[in-house]
Design a protein around this ligand. Structure first.
Ligand SMILES: Cc1cc2nc3c(=O)[nH]c(=O)nc-3n(C[C@H](O)[C@H](O)[C@H](O)COP(=O)(O)OP(=O)(O)OC[C@H]3O[C@@H](n4cnc5c(N)ncnc54)[C@H](O)[C@@H]3O)c2cc1C
Length: 388
């Protein structure tokens, strides 16, 4: 990818920067974490922000114009995330719909599905969640047990999902279920869009180390899904799920590395205020984080080149996600040394960052699993053989 920006790209950056300067988000609510379903709390603040982006045509510029985007190029999409990061605005409420669900439908969805689902993702009218993980199927997603059985024009789904982020607000769940138990485990899966607004789907919050319940358990007891909500064909769920996962690692990876840079800039500023940059140990640790941030930034840009070449994110996205999560954990741990007790006091933004970072090496694929992907699919090393 050529990192010299064209006139058009520079104009795109200028227009967005101008809009963001004139349209700052409402002040961040001081109380109520992600799980609080009251107006005025975090989720609603992020939803209102997404609506404002949407009204101005900035919710997902990379989407094609026919679906409400701007048909922005990959470089413009990257500029978009850089400028949102620079302006320090909140993450859109429907991030899983915008970055995972929408792009998956664009690859695998029927025209009817695209026409029906894409617009309300963009406007945050319908929030999406990702129902992949189960109590006995996380890294080994293909081992999942939730079953879907055909009944006329519908599927009847029974099973349990876990760690489902944002399920408490969601209208639609990207659900992977087993539709054939007789074939190899990867082949018997189907990808559905499940309506969360039915009694057969119970959402129970799981409280995290941060104190908030960002994710949930889903108990599904004979939920009904119309046949029209199968995405990518019956028995093709594994391939469709991989599209979602690659978008998760590459798309989110790009946005998150920008957030990482901001946190590091904040930490360097605090270290400078406290005179710690003169201390070789702190200076060395901060410099190493700086080098890591730059490497991740360049790898994230390289990931966009792959999308340009091959049409979808490649396995290299796993490398960005692995390095980002590892670096964010190192950064927040260093913050505890630089800032002292305030970073360990519940309710402060640094304590939130420190505690929330623990989940980074698990969500979206654990570091061990990502390392396997990088070894086998990026470096071409031999597959690890299980020993008896
Ligand atoms: C904050 C957060 C949000 C999440 N949001 C969602 C969501 O919205 N939707 C959703 O579906 N899921 C979500 N998840 C779940 C996440 O995808 C899983 O936690 C993850 O895939 C790991 O699965 P697991 O927890 O079952 O761990 P396991 O797969 O049981 O892994 C346990 C340990 O074994 C290691 N391991 C497993 N297999 C291998 C292997 N082949 N080689 C080497 N080591 C291995 C793992 O690295 C890990 O250390 C979320 C998780 C977190 C932390």
């Amino acid at each position: 990818m050529d990192l010299t920006f064209s006139e058009q790209e520079t104009a795109f950056r200028g227009e967005l920067r101008g809009w963001l300067a004139e349209n700052p988000p409402a002040p961040e609510p001081s109380e109520g974490g992600e799980d609080e379903g009251r107006e005025g709390t975090h989720f609603f603040w992020r939803r209102d922000w997404q609506r404002r982006l949407y009204d101005a045509g900035w919710a997902a510029p990379s989407w094609p114009t026919e679906y409400g985007g701007r048909g922005a190029s990959l470089t413009e999409s990257a500029i978009y995330f850089e400028e949102l990061g620079r302006a320090r605005v909140p993450m859109a409420a429907n991030v899983l719909g915008l970055l995972l669900g929408g792009p998956t439908l664009m690859v695998w969805g029927t025209q009817e599905q695209k026409d029906r689902y894409l617009a309300p993702i963009l406007s945050a009218e319908e929030i999406w969640c990702q129902g992949f993980s189960e109590p006995d199927a996380g890294s080994d997603l293909a081992a999942l047990k939730t079953r879907a059985v055909k009944d006329g024009e519908e599927w009847v789904v029974t099973g349990q999902k876990v760690w489902t982020s944002g399920a408490q607000y969601s209208k639609w769940c990207m659900l992977v279920a087993r539709t054939d138990g007789e074939v190899a485990k990867h082949k018997g899966l189907t990808y559905f869009l499940m309506d969360m607004e039915q009694d057969a789907v119970q959402v129970r919050p799981l409280r995290q180390i941060t104190g908030e319940a960002e994710f949930n358990e889903l108990f599904i007891e004979e939920a009904r899904i119309p046949d029209a909500n199968v995405v990518g064909g019956v028995g093709n769920g594994w391939k469709v799920a991989l599209t979602t996962l690659m978008n998760e690692r590459a798309g989110l990876g790009f946005a998150l590395q920008i957030r990482l840079r901001q946190l590091l800039d904040d930490l360097i500023a605090i270290a400078a205020e406290r005179g710690l940059l003169e201390d070789a140990l702190y200076a060395d640790a901060l410099a190493e984080l700086h080098v890591r941030c730059e490497s991740i930034r360049l790898l994230a840009w390289k990931g966009l080149t792959d999308v340009e070449k091959y049409g979808q994110p490649g396995p290299e996205g796993s490398l960005v996600k692995w390095l980002w999560s590892d670096t964010n954990q190192r950064l927040t741990q260093l913050a505890a040394d630089v800032i002292g007790p305030q970073a360990l006091t519940a309710g402060t933004s640094w304590s939130y960052e420190l505690l929330r970072a623990r989940g980074n090496t698990l969500e979206g694929g654990t570091t061990e699993v990502l390392k396997n992907i990088v070894a086998e699919r990026v470096l071409g090393l031999p597959r690890l053989k299980a020993t008896a």
